[in-house]
Ligand binder design. Structure first.
Ligand code: NAI
Length: 396
Protein backbone atom coordinates (compact mmCIF):
# COMPACT_ATOMS: atom_id res chain seq x y z
CA UNK A 1 0.00 0.00 0.00
CA UNK A 2 1.15 3.57 -0.64
CA UNK A 3 0.45 5.31 2.65
CA UNK A 4 -0.35 9.02 2.80
CA UNK A 5 -1.46 11.15 5.77
CA UNK A 6 -5.23 11.39 6.27
CA UNK A 7 -6.17 13.97 8.87
CA UNK A 8 -9.47 14.37 10.64
CA UNK A 9 -9.63 17.33 13.03
CA UNK A 10 -6.67 17.04 15.37
CA UNK A 11 -5.76 13.51 14.42
CA UNK A 12 -4.11 11.68 11.61
CA UNK A 13 -5.86 8.38 10.95
CA UNK A 14 -2.97 6.78 9.06
CA UNK A 15 0.62 6.08 10.09
CA UNK A 16 3.66 5.17 8.01
CA UNK A 17 5.51 2.03 9.11
CA UNK A 18 8.92 2.98 7.68
CA UNK A 19 8.56 6.58 8.89
CA UNK A 20 7.74 5.47 12.44
CA UNK A 21 10.70 3.10 12.40
CA UNK A 22 12.99 5.92 11.22
CA UNK A 23 11.60 8.12 14.01
CA UNK A 24 12.39 5.50 16.66
CA UNK A 25 15.85 4.95 15.15
CA UNK A 26 16.57 8.70 15.25
CA UNK A 27 15.68 8.76 18.96
CA UNK A 28 17.82 5.69 19.68
CA UNK A 29 20.74 7.21 17.74
CA UNK A 30 20.41 10.42 19.75
CA UNK A 31 20.63 8.53 23.04
CA UNK A 32 23.53 6.42 21.79
CA UNK A 33 25.39 9.61 20.80
CA UNK A 34 25.21 10.82 24.42
CA UNK A 35 27.24 9.56 27.39
CA UNK A 36 25.86 6.40 29.06
CA UNK A 37 23.82 7.11 32.19
CA UNK A 38 25.84 5.96 35.20
CA UNK A 39 23.86 4.10 37.87
CA UNK A 40 20.66 4.25 35.84
CA UNK A 41 17.71 1.86 36.25
CA UNK A 42 18.08 -1.76 35.16
CA UNK A 43 14.54 -3.15 35.11
CA UNK A 44 11.88 -0.72 33.98
CA UNK A 45 8.12 -0.68 33.47
CA UNK A 46 6.64 2.11 31.30
CA UNK A 47 2.89 2.67 31.05
CA UNK A 48 2.08 4.60 27.84
CA UNK A 49 5.28 3.43 26.17
CA UNK A 50 4.35 3.75 22.51
CA UNK A 51 4.50 7.48 21.74
CA UNK A 52 5.56 10.86 23.14
CA UNK A 53 7.21 11.05 26.53
CA UNK A 54 6.61 7.39 27.42
CA UNK A 55 8.37 6.09 24.30
CA UNK A 56 11.24 8.54 24.88
CA UNK A 57 11.49 7.31 28.50
CA UNK A 58 11.63 3.69 27.34
CA UNK A 59 14.31 4.49 24.75
CA UNK A 60 16.39 6.45 27.30
CA UNK A 61 16.14 3.62 29.85
CA UNK A 62 17.00 0.91 27.33
CA UNK A 63 19.67 2.55 25.20
CA UNK A 64 20.98 5.07 27.73
CA UNK A 65 21.07 2.80 30.78
CA UNK A 66 21.05 -0.72 29.28
CA UNK A 67 17.76 -1.48 31.04
CA UNK A 68 15.34 -4.33 30.40
CA UNK A 69 11.95 -2.75 29.66
CA UNK A 70 8.33 -3.81 29.79
CA UNK A 71 5.98 -1.41 28.00
CA UNK A 72 2.21 -1.11 28.26
CA UNK A 73 0.52 0.40 25.22
CA UNK A 74 -3.01 0.77 23.89
CA UNK A 75 -2.58 0.52 20.14
CA UNK A 76 -4.05 -1.03 17.04
CA UNK A 77 -2.34 -3.42 14.62
CA UNK A 78 -2.98 -3.04 10.90
CA UNK A 79 -5.89 -4.77 9.28
CA UNK A 80 -6.05 -5.36 5.57
CA UNK A 81 -7.25 -1.87 4.66
CA UNK A 82 -6.10 0.25 7.60
CA UNK A 83 -2.60 1.03 8.77
CA UNK A 84 -1.62 0.24 12.35
CA UNK A 85 -1.47 3.14 14.81
CA UNK A 86 1.83 5.01 15.07
CA UNK A 87 2.35 3.60 18.56
CA UNK A 88 2.06 0.05 17.21
CA UNK A 89 4.71 0.67 14.53
CA UNK A 90 6.95 2.51 17.03
CA UNK A 91 6.78 -0.42 19.42
CA UNK A 92 7.47 -3.01 16.70
CA UNK A 93 10.57 -0.99 15.72
CA UNK A 94 11.65 -0.46 19.32
CA UNK A 95 11.56 -4.19 20.09
CA UNK A 96 13.47 -4.97 16.90
CA UNK A 97 16.25 -2.47 17.72
CA UNK A 98 16.35 -3.60 21.36
CA UNK A 99 16.83 -7.24 20.25
CA UNK A 100 19.68 -6.20 17.95
CA UNK A 101 21.45 -4.74 20.98
CA UNK A 102 20.67 -7.74 23.18
CA UNK A 103 18.23 -5.76 25.36
CA UNK A 104 15.18 -7.43 26.92
CA UNK A 105 11.96 -5.73 25.76
CA UNK A 106 8.41 -7.01 26.04
CA UNK A 107 5.12 -5.22 25.52
CA UNK A 108 1.55 -5.68 26.70
CA UNK A 109 -1.16 -4.12 24.54
CA UNK A 110 -4.26 -3.37 26.57
CA UNK A 111 -6.12 -0.90 28.76
CA UNK A 112 -3.74 0.15 31.56
CA UNK A 113 -6.70 1.30 33.69
CA UNK A 114 -7.95 -2.28 33.99
CA UNK A 115 -7.16 -4.74 36.74
CA UNK A 116 -6.59 -7.47 34.14
CA UNK A 117 -3.68 -5.60 32.50
CA UNK A 118 -2.17 -4.82 35.91
CA UNK A 119 -2.23 -8.56 36.70
CA UNK A 120 -0.74 -9.46 33.29
CA UNK A 121 2.15 -7.05 33.91
CA UNK A 122 2.77 -8.42 37.40
CA UNK A 123 2.86 -11.99 36.05
CA UNK A 124 5.33 -10.95 33.35
CA UNK A 125 7.61 -9.15 35.82
CA UNK A 126 7.56 -12.22 38.12
CA UNK A 127 8.31 -14.54 35.26
CA UNK A 128 11.07 -12.55 33.55
CA UNK A 129 12.50 -9.83 35.77
CA UNK A 130 11.65 -10.65 39.37
CA UNK A 131 11.35 -7.00 40.40
CA UNK A 132 11.48 -3.59 38.73
CA UNK A 133 13.51 -0.60 39.94
CA UNK A 134 11.78 2.11 37.86
CA UNK A 135 8.09 2.53 37.12
CA UNK A 136 7.17 5.29 34.64
CA UNK A 137 3.52 6.31 34.39
CA UNK A 138 3.14 8.27 31.13
CA UNK A 139 -0.45 7.72 30.21
CA UNK A 140 -2.45 10.34 28.32
CA UNK A 141 -5.99 9.22 27.70
CA UNK A 142 -9.28 10.91 26.86
CA UNK A 143 -11.30 8.50 28.97
CA UNK A 144 -11.07 5.83 31.62
CA UNK A 145 -13.23 2.77 31.84
CA UNK A 146 -13.24 1.38 35.36
CA UNK A 147 -13.60 -2.33 36.10
CA UNK A 148 -17.10 -1.69 37.51
CA UNK A 149 -18.19 -0.48 34.05
CA UNK A 150 -18.23 3.27 34.81
CA UNK A 151 -16.61 5.43 32.15
CA UNK A 152 -15.13 8.86 32.90
CA UNK A 153 -14.38 11.35 30.11
CA UNK A 154 -11.88 14.16 30.55
CA UNK A 155 -12.49 17.69 29.25
CA UNK A 156 -10.19 20.60 28.39
CA UNK A 157 -12.06 23.52 29.91
CA UNK A 158 -11.54 26.31 32.42
CA UNK A 159 -12.78 26.12 35.97
CA UNK A 160 -14.80 28.98 37.43
CA UNK A 161 -15.35 31.48 34.60
CA UNK A 162 -15.17 31.40 30.83
CA UNK A 163 -11.92 32.70 29.35
CA UNK A 164 -11.17 34.54 26.12
CA UNK A 165 -7.77 34.88 24.48
CA UNK A 166 -6.20 34.57 21.06
CA UNK A 167 -5.42 31.24 19.49
CA UNK A 168 -4.26 29.89 16.15
CA UNK A 169 -6.54 27.91 13.89
CA UNK A 170 -4.01 25.45 12.51
CA UNK A 171 -6.26 24.40 9.66
CA UNK A 172 -6.30 27.93 8.20
CA UNK A 173 -3.22 29.46 9.88
CA UNK A 174 -5.24 32.37 11.20
CA UNK A 175 -5.08 34.09 14.56
CA UNK A 176 -8.42 34.78 16.19
CA UNK A 177 -10.17 34.95 19.50
CA UNK A 178 -11.50 31.91 21.27
CA UNK A 179 -13.67 31.64 24.35
CA UNK A 180 -13.34 28.56 26.50
CA UNK A 181 -16.32 27.70 28.66
CA UNK A 182 -15.99 26.51 32.26
CA UNK A 183 -16.27 22.83 33.13
CA UNK A 184 -19.05 21.69 35.46
CA UNK A 185 -17.91 20.24 38.81
CA UNK A 186 -18.78 16.77 37.44
CA UNK A 187 -16.56 17.36 34.40
CA UNK A 188 -13.66 18.46 36.59
CA UNK A 189 -14.13 15.37 38.75
CA UNK A 190 -14.16 13.12 35.67
CA UNK A 191 -10.99 14.76 34.32
CA UNK A 192 -9.27 14.14 37.66
CA UNK A 193 -10.41 10.49 37.50
CA UNK A 194 -8.84 10.09 34.05
CA UNK A 195 -5.66 12.17 34.29
CA UNK A 196 -5.16 12.51 38.06
CA UNK A 197 -3.19 10.21 40.34
CA UNK A 198 -5.71 7.52 41.28
CA UNK A 199 -4.68 4.98 38.66
CA UNK A 200 -0.96 5.69 39.21
CA UNK A 201 -1.52 4.97 42.88
CA UNK A 202 -3.51 1.79 42.04
CA UNK A 203 -0.58 0.59 39.94
CA UNK A 204 1.94 1.24 42.70
CA UNK A 205 -0.26 -0.61 45.20
CA UNK A 206 -0.73 -3.60 42.87
CA UNK A 207 3.01 -3.79 42.11
CA UNK A 208 3.99 -3.40 45.75
CA UNK A 209 1.40 -5.92 47.05
CA UNK A 210 2.71 -8.43 44.51
CA UNK A 211 6.27 -7.87 45.70
CA UNK A 212 7.54 -6.86 42.27
CA UNK A 213 8.70 -3.35 43.23
CA UNK A 214 12.34 -3.45 44.31
CA UNK A 215 13.50 -1.79 47.53
CA UNK A 216 14.40 1.88 46.80
CA UNK A 217 12.61 1.81 43.44
CA UNK A 218 11.65 5.06 41.73
CA UNK A 219 8.30 5.93 40.18
CA UNK A 220 7.68 8.87 37.84
CA UNK A 221 4.61 10.62 36.45
CA UNK A 222 4.61 13.56 34.05
CA UNK A 223 3.06 16.97 34.43
CA UNK A 224 2.94 20.44 32.95
CA UNK A 225 2.67 23.90 34.52
CA UNK A 226 3.52 26.45 31.82
CA UNK A 227 3.32 30.26 31.74
CA UNK A 228 0.48 32.44 33.03
CA UNK A 229 -1.02 33.00 29.55
CA UNK A 230 -2.03 29.35 29.43
CA UNK A 231 -3.03 29.02 33.10
CA UNK A 232 -6.78 29.70 32.75
CA UNK A 233 -7.03 26.83 30.28
CA UNK A 234 -4.24 24.58 31.54
CA UNK A 235 -2.89 24.91 35.05
CA UNK A 236 -6.08 26.39 36.52
CA UNK A 237 -8.32 24.48 34.12
CA UNK A 238 -9.82 21.00 34.38
CA UNK A 239 -6.58 19.31 33.24
CA UNK A 240 -4.64 21.36 35.81
CA UNK A 241 -6.96 20.04 38.53
CA UNK A 242 -5.93 16.53 37.45
CA UNK A 243 -2.24 17.49 37.44
CA UNK A 244 -2.55 18.95 40.97
CA UNK A 245 -4.08 15.64 42.04
CA UNK A 246 -1.18 13.82 40.39
CA UNK A 247 1.24 15.92 42.45
CA UNK A 248 -0.66 15.23 45.69
CA UNK A 249 -0.50 11.54 44.80
CA UNK A 250 3.32 11.73 44.59
CA UNK A 251 3.39 13.23 48.09
CA UNK A 252 1.13 10.44 49.40
CA UNK A 253 3.10 7.68 47.67
CA UNK A 254 6.35 8.92 49.23
CA UNK A 255 4.72 8.70 52.64
CA UNK A 256 2.88 5.40 52.14
CA UNK A 257 5.84 3.47 50.74
CA UNK A 258 8.53 4.98 52.93
CA UNK A 259 9.50 1.56 54.32
CA UNK A 260 10.04 0.27 50.81
CA UNK A 261 12.28 3.28 50.16
CA UNK A 262 10.09 4.18 47.14
CA UNK A 263 10.68 7.65 45.68
CA UNK A 264 7.75 9.06 43.70
CA UNK A 265 8.57 12.03 41.50
CA UNK A 266 6.60 14.31 39.24
CA UNK A 267 8.64 15.44 36.28
CA UNK A 268 7.34 18.74 34.91
CA UNK A 269 8.08 18.51 31.20
CA UNK A 270 8.22 20.97 28.34
CA UNK A 271 5.18 21.75 26.16
CA UNK A 272 5.49 19.74 22.97
CA UNK A 273 3.32 18.88 20.01
CA UNK A 274 1.27 15.77 20.67
CA UNK A 275 -2.23 14.83 19.64
CA UNK A 276 -3.42 15.87 23.07
CA UNK A 277 -1.81 19.32 23.07
CA UNK A 278 -3.17 20.17 19.60
CA UNK A 279 -6.66 19.85 21.01
CA UNK A 280 -6.15 22.37 23.83
CA UNK A 281 -7.31 25.89 22.90
CA UNK A 282 -4.70 28.71 23.20
CA UNK A 283 -1.86 26.19 23.76
CA UNK A 284 -0.95 25.56 20.06
CA UNK A 285 -0.28 29.29 19.52
CA UNK A 286 1.89 29.31 22.64
CA UNK A 287 3.76 26.20 21.47
CA UNK A 288 4.46 27.62 18.00
CA UNK A 289 5.80 30.90 19.44
CA UNK A 290 7.85 28.95 22.00
CA UNK A 291 9.32 26.65 19.32
CA UNK A 292 10.35 29.65 17.23
CA UNK A 293 12.16 31.31 20.14
CA UNK A 294 13.77 28.19 21.60
CA UNK A 295 15.04 27.13 18.17
CA UNK A 296 16.49 30.62 17.59
CA UNK A 297 18.18 30.44 20.99
CA UNK A 298 19.51 26.93 20.33
CA UNK A 299 17.69 25.41 23.34
CA UNK A 300 14.79 23.60 21.66
CA UNK A 301 14.26 19.99 22.73
CA UNK A 302 11.90 17.22 21.70
CA UNK A 303 10.68 14.31 23.85
CA UNK A 304 13.90 12.31 23.53
CA UNK A 305 16.22 15.19 24.43
CA UNK A 306 13.98 15.95 27.44
CA UNK A 307 13.83 12.39 28.72
CA UNK A 308 17.52 11.66 28.22
CA UNK A 309 18.35 14.90 30.07
CA UNK A 310 16.01 13.87 32.87
CA UNK A 311 17.74 10.50 33.33
CA UNK A 312 21.29 11.77 32.88
CA UNK A 313 21.24 15.18 34.53
CA UNK A 314 18.27 15.40 36.89
CA UNK A 315 17.42 11.98 38.32
CA UNK A 316 20.25 9.46 38.18
CA UNK A 317 22.81 11.72 39.81
CA UNK A 318 23.97 11.41 43.43
CA UNK A 319 21.29 13.85 44.66
CA UNK A 320 18.36 14.28 42.25
CA UNK A 321 17.81 17.91 41.26
CA UNK A 322 14.32 18.94 42.41
CA UNK A 323 12.42 22.18 43.10
CA UNK A 324 10.94 23.21 46.49
CA UNK A 325 8.01 20.85 45.88
CA UNK A 326 10.31 17.92 45.15
CA UNK A 327 9.53 17.97 41.39
CA UNK A 328 12.00 17.40 38.56
CA UNK A 329 11.90 20.46 36.29
CA UNK A 330 12.48 19.66 32.64
CA UNK A 331 10.57 22.82 31.80
CA UNK A 332 13.51 24.79 33.21
CA UNK A 333 14.62 26.09 29.80
CA UNK A 334 11.05 26.77 28.62
CA UNK A 335 10.36 28.80 31.76
CA UNK A 336 13.57 30.83 31.64
CA UNK A 337 12.89 34.53 32.15
CA UNK A 338 14.52 35.51 28.82
CA UNK A 339 12.35 32.97 26.96
CA UNK A 340 9.07 33.88 28.65
CA UNK A 341 9.52 37.66 28.37
CA UNK A 342 10.01 37.23 24.60
CA UNK A 343 6.94 34.95 24.40
CA UNK A 344 4.91 37.71 26.09
CA UNK A 345 6.20 40.30 23.68
CA UNK A 346 5.44 38.24 20.57
CA UNK A 347 2.08 37.15 22.00
CA UNK A 348 0.95 40.78 22.27
CA UNK A 349 1.86 41.50 18.63
CA UNK A 350 1.01 38.29 16.78
CA UNK A 351 -1.63 38.51 14.03
CA UNK A 352 -2.61 36.38 11.06
CA UNK A 353 -0.39 38.56 8.86
CA UNK A 354 2.82 38.13 10.88
CA UNK A 355 2.08 34.60 12.16
CA UNK A 356 4.83 32.87 10.13
CA UNK A 357 7.37 35.44 11.27
CA UNK A 358 6.55 35.16 15.00
CA UNK A 359 5.53 31.52 15.27
CA UNK A 360 7.03 28.26 14.04
CA UNK A 361 3.99 26.97 12.17
CA UNK A 362 6.11 24.80 9.86
CA UNK A 363 7.86 23.27 12.89
CA UNK A 364 4.47 22.50 14.39
CA UNK A 365 3.28 20.62 11.31
CA UNK A 366 6.64 18.89 10.95
CA UNK A 367 6.26 17.52 14.49
CA UNK A 368 2.58 16.72 13.99
CA UNK A 369 3.12 14.68 10.82
CA UNK A 370 6.36 13.29 12.23
CA UNK A 371 4.40 11.68 15.09
CA UNK A 372 2.69 9.51 12.46
CA UNK A 373 5.87 8.76 10.53
CA UNK A 374 5.34 11.29 7.73
CA UNK A 375 7.84 13.84 6.40
CA UNK A 376 10.83 11.93 7.76
CA UNK A 377 14.10 12.34 5.86
CA UNK A 378 15.27 9.26 3.98
CA UNK A 379 11.86 7.54 3.86
CA UNK A 380 10.49 6.67 0.41
CA UNK A 381 6.81 7.63 0.60
CA UNK A 382 6.11 6.56 -2.99
CA UNK A 383 7.06 2.99 -2.20
CA UNK A 384 4.34 0.37 -1.98
CA UNK A 385 4.83 -1.02 1.53
CA UNK A 386 3.49 -3.95 3.52
CA UNK A 387 1.49 -2.24 6.29
CA UNK A 388 1.57 -5.27 8.59
CA UNK A 389 4.08 -5.12 11.42
CA UNK A 390 4.66 -7.66 14.13
CA UNK A 391 5.55 -6.67 17.66
CA UNK A 392 7.81 -9.64 18.46
CA UNK A 393 6.65 -10.10 22.08
CA UNK A 394 2.91 -9.87 21.33
CA UNK A 395 1.33 -13.19 20.29
CA UNK A 396 -0.69 -13.05 17.04
P1 NAI B 1 0.96 10.58 24.07
O1 NAI B 1 -0.44 10.66 23.57
O2 NAI B 1 2.06 10.73 23.09
O3 NAI B 1 1.20 9.17 24.84
C1 NAI B 1 0.23 8.52 25.59
C2 NAI B 1 0.53 7.05 25.73
O4 NAI B 1 -0.49 6.47 26.56
C3 NAI B 1 0.54 6.25 24.43
O5 NAI B 1 1.58 5.28 24.48
C4 NAI B 1 -0.81 5.50 24.46
O6 NAI B 1 -0.78 4.26 23.76
C5 NAI B 1 -0.95 5.26 25.95
N1 NAI B 1 -2.33 5.05 26.38
C6 NAI B 1 -3.40 5.84 26.22
N2 NAI B 1 -4.49 5.29 26.81
C7 NAI B 1 -4.08 4.13 27.34
C8 NAI B 1 -4.72 3.11 28.07
N3 NAI B 1 -6.01 3.17 28.39
N4 NAI B 1 -3.97 2.03 28.44
C9 NAI B 1 -2.66 1.93 28.12
N5 NAI B 1 -1.98 2.88 27.47
C10 NAI B 1 -2.70 3.96 27.08
O7 NAI B 1 1.06 11.66 25.22
P2 NAI B 1 2.25 12.46 25.89
O8 NAI B 1 2.14 13.87 25.45
O9 NAI B 1 3.55 11.76 25.76
O10 NAI B 1 1.78 12.44 27.42
C11 NAI B 1 2.32 11.60 28.40
C12 NAI B 1 2.27 12.34 29.74
O11 NAI B 1 3.12 13.49 29.65
C13 NAI B 1 0.88 12.84 30.12
O12 NAI B 1 0.71 12.73 31.50
C14 NAI B 1 0.95 14.33 29.72
O13 NAI B 1 0.04 15.13 30.44
C15 NAI B 1 2.40 14.62 30.11
N6 NAI B 1 2.95 15.85 29.52
C16 NAI B 1 2.80 16.16 28.19
C17 NAI B 1 3.27 17.35 27.69
C18 NAI B 1 3.11 17.73 26.25
O14 NAI B 1 3.29 18.91 25.92
N7 NAI B 1 2.78 16.82 25.37
C19 NAI B 1 3.98 18.33 28.55
C20 NAI B 1 4.19 17.87 29.90
C21 NAI B 1 3.64 16.69 30.36
Amino acid sequence: MIVTPKTRGFICTTAHKDGCKANVKRQIDYVKSQPKVENGPKKVLVIGASTGYGLASRISAAFGCGAATIGVIFDKPADRKRTASAGWYNTAAFEEFAAQDGLYAKTINGDAFSGAVKQQVIDLIRQDLGQIDLFVYSLAAPRRKCDDGTTYTSVLKTTGESYTNITVDLATNTVGEVTVEPATPEEVEATVKVMGGEDWSDWVKALSDAGVLAQNAITLAYSYIGPKITWPIYYNGSIGAAKKDLYQTSVKLNEQYKDLGLKAYISVNKALVTQASAAIPVVPLYITILYKLMKQMGIHEGCIEQMYRMFAQKLYIPTPEVDEQGQLRLDDWEMREDVQSKVDELWSHVTTENLKEYADIDGYWEDFYGMFGFGIDGVDYDKDIDIEAKIPSIPE
